[in-house]
Design a protein around this ligand. Structure first.
Ligand SMILES: NC(=O)c1ccc[n+]([C@@H]2O[C@H](COP(=O)([O-])OP(=O)(O)OC[C@H]3O[C@@H](n4cnc5c(N)ncnc54)[C@H](OP(=O)(O)O)[C@@H]3O)[C@@H](O)[C@H]2O)c1
Length: 252
């Protein structure tokens, strides 16, 4: 896969899967715009790690509607055109229905959907406008195994990712005539801060038993699937959801 002369924009690129994806694109020749929300130190470190030149940080909170328009405008101003949009940033909040109060419950749903679904939808909107003008592009949305198997401790998370899958497939149909291809990568647990924060040691043990690999995904393995969907040869795979879950959850 070669991304020389391609301009790639990745949300949540300062850490975890987004960071590994930024490095992978840069290794293949792309110029990468890295979005993040607040952690300047992590973002600067990631920027320094990228091989090649022309990479830039774009610090904005994508859960704010107006920031999504500004982000794509800033990116196009900096790079001329947007070839690949990766909607990777996501959050997960515990809200077990039998133990949280109603305020916690409603806040968890609102915050989760603002970042995991509405921000991605809004960036797809502005990203698609830019790609239609320049003749096409690729959009890759990062979902989760939780969309398929349920998330009893974080139902809003599972629901937001199921909705993200559905939105991506609708957009794959609508945008193909504009040469815009939309794919989804659905990781299982991946060795990032999100996984470290949300797992107790006991849960971690149980989780490792779920996959015959007896380990979590590495961020680089998720990045590999994202690059595939963003590559020229993957156009006809538009609408696909690629599982990266170590055969821990196999759907038919
Ligand atoms: N890790 C897993 O086990 C796993 C499994 C399945 C799916 N996923 C999905 O994979 C994606 C990446 O997960 P990860 O584990 O790599 O996450 P992570 O390590 O927690 O990193 C999250 C990234 O998103 C950014 N971010 C969060 N909210 C943002 C906002 N409102 N605006 C802009 N940036 C924002 C963070 O920036 P700051 O640090 O500056 O806030 C950071 O760069 C998510 O969509 C997640 O749902 C992860």
């Amino acid at each position: 896969m070669d991304f020389t002369n391609k301009n790639v924009f990745i949300t949540g690129a300062s850490r975890g899967i987004g960071k590994a994806t930024a490095i992978a694109f840069a290794q293949k020749g792309a110029k990468v715009g890295l979005n993040y929300r607040s952690n300047d130190e992590a973002a600067q470190l990631t920027l320094k790690e990228l091989p090649g030149e022309g990479h830039q940080l774009f610090k904005r909170d994508i859960s704010q509607k107006k920031e999504t328009k500004a982000l794509i405008e800033d990116f196009v101003k900096a790079y001329g055109q947007l070839d690949v949009l990766v909607n990777n940033a996501g959050i997960s909040i515990f809200h077990e229905i039998d133990s949280v109060d109603f305020d916690h419950w409603t806040t968890a749903w609102e915050k989760t959907f603002e970042t995991n679904l509405f921000a991605a939808a809004n960036l797809c909107y502005w990203g698609a406008q830019a790609m239609i003008k320049s003749g096409g592009g690729h959009i890759v949305n990062v979902s989760s195994r939780g969309a398929f198997r349920g998330e009893p401790t974080k139902p809003a998370y599972g629901a937001s990712k199921a909705a993200l899958n559905s939105m991506s497939q609708s957009l794959a149909k609508k945008l193909a005539p504009h040469n815009i291809y939309v794919g989804v990568v659905a990781p299982g647990f991946t060795e990032t801060e999100m996984a470290a924060k949300t797992l107790t040691p006991e849960e971690r043990e149980n989780l490792l038993r779920e996959s015959p690999f007896k380990r979590m995904a590495r961020p680089e393995e998720v990045a590999h699937a994202i690059l595939f969907l963003a590559s020229d040869g993957a156009a006809y795979s538009s609408g696909t959801i690629i599982d990266v879950n170590g055969a821990s959850y196999l759907r038919s």
